[in-house]
Design a protein around this ligand. Structure first.
Ligand code: A3P
Ligand code: MG
Length: 428
């Protein structure tokens, strides 16, 4: 248990205050205002009302030579979004089953590359402008807690995407990120800062428009590859016609299956929710059984040493994303510059760090990533405590992650009111 009895008291006050006074979407102070009040970080904690900057150093060499324990991620809950993106807690309606795309195999007489652009004009691409906060995750966790009759006892609750950014941060310094965090009833809730995400996506899109296909086409190729490689039901329940009609199947990204796992990195326990692309053959009923998740990715086949470097950095992201949910297999669909699928590669997630260490042009170290993540989570627990909302920020190219307070009270927009109300009901 991290917080003192006094802090627990303030947490339950926070519940009523945030639900009653601030309503759903309490205002978070702008970053500039918070930065204006930036104070030095000489280690000594200051008055909680004074905004200050805490910094976590990312240099990989700091995290070499130790070993951080990982608690095997086990699925504790799951949900589907249907094809209109409605949330279905504890439903596997959108779970997909892997069956390799039909080309260059004995299943088919065709061996020409597949054009991933086909059907782009009918792509149902979900806008990323609504801010979903942690809503789907919290609605499902509320159902889980209602079933159990008790609250989840865990240090951190977040989306897998946030943990991927942390896990890769020692080696990936180009992207940058911003998150919001709040501590509520002994648990730190972390969400992406949506405005920052939209601004970044906007920048990337304008960059991509300078030549070649539009940014949306790159995205389409990824989802098209998924559609070509997945079945809506286990293979034995699907007709050959359905399998062969996958090329004509419209592509959409409204539906998803998300797995919610409990895991531990070092001394920090976590509940992480994230999308999984599908399973090979079936989903085991026993959550402790070896999972059969499969992750699909598209990538340009590296040719030059420079390409190889870019690819090895991509492999860091592929590995991190899959490692966090215990996804054992990744299938990479290699494509040409203009979106023709040329080749498939099946990789065991746990072998990727070793492969990159042996043959890589860009040699990241998976143990260092895990050690740094364990240390960061400890730093997070020491920093985000008591009332308020914090910003977690990595500026592109900077060797550190900064955490600073942006609201002195409430939980910001991070925790939805219905979840706060549920927890109030539970502790009444
Ligand atoms: P690729 O990964 O093959 O590029 P995921 O691999 O995480 O399941 O995501 C599926 C697809 O969503 C990706 O396929 C890509 O097309 C799109 N996608 C994921 N993250 C994205 C991002 N940050 N920006 C744009 N598209 C993204
Ligand atoms: Mg994928």
């Amino acid at each position: 248990m991290r917080l003192s009895t006094a802090q627990l008291g303030s947490s339950s006050r926070q519940l009523s205050t945030s639900a009653r006074c601030f309503g759903r979407r309490a205002k978070i102070r702008p970053v500039q205002e918070a930065l204006h009040e930036d104070r030095s970080t000489s280690g000594r904690r200051r008055d909680a009302n004074v905004t200050k900057m805490d910094r976590f150093q990312l240099a990989p060499e700091r995290y070499a030579g130790t070993k951080t324990n990982i608690k095997k991620p086990v699925e504790i809950a799951y949900f589907s979004y249907d094809s209109d993106h409605n949330l279905l807690p504890f439903s596997d309606a959108s779970l997909k089953y892997y069956y390799p795309v039909l080309f260059n195999t004995h299943h088919t007489d065709r061996n020409r590359p597949i054009d991933l652009s086909i059907g782009f004009d009918t792509f149902r691409n979900r806008s990323d402008s609504p801010d979903e906060h942690l809503d789907g995750l919290l609605d499902t966790l509320e159902q889980l807690e209602r079933r159990q009759g008790s609250k989840l006892d865990v240090d951190v609750i977040t989306w897998r995407g946030m943990m991927t950014k942390i896990l890769t941060a020692t080696y990936e310094d180009q992207d940058g990120f911003e998150m919001n965090a709040t501590c509520f009833q002994d648990t730190i809730f972390v969400e992406e800062n949506h405005e920052h995400k939209l601004a970044r996506n906007g920048q990337q899109n304008s960059f991509n428009r300078r030549g070649g296909p539009p940014a949306e086409m790159f995205q389409y190729w990824g989802y098209k590859f998924e559609t070509l490689s997945m079945l809506p039901k286990p293979w034995a329940e699907v007709s050959r016609d359905v399998i062969e009609a996958r090329e004509q199947e419209p592509v959409e990204n409204y539906s998803q299956y998300c797995s919610i796992v409990k895991t531990g990195i070092g001394s920090t326990s976590l509940v992480i929710g994230g999308e999984v692309d599908g399973v090979t053959d079936y989903k085991p009923e026993d959550p402790e059984a070896p999972p059969r998740w499969i992750e699909l990715k598209t990538a340009r086949a590296p040719v030059s040493p420079r390409d190889r470097q870019i690819h090895d950095k991509k492999m860091l992201k592929f590995w991190a994303q899959s490692f966090l949910l215990n996804v054992p297999k990744i299938v990479i669909g290699y494509r040409s510059r203009d979106g023709f699928l040329e080749n498939l590669e099946e990789l065991d997630t746990h072998k990727i760090p070793g492969l990159v260490q042996q043959h890589g042009q860009f040699r990241w170290n998976g143990n260092i990533c895990i050690n740094a993540t364990g240390a960061f989570l400890q730093f997070l627990k020491a920093t985000v405590r008591g009332e308020g909302v914090w910003r977690i920020r990595r500026a592109p190219g900077r060797p550190e992650i900064e955490i600073f307070k942006v609201a002195d009270s409430g939980v910001g927009d991070i925790i939805k009111p219905s979840f706060l109300a549920w927890r109030k009901e539970l502790s009444a």
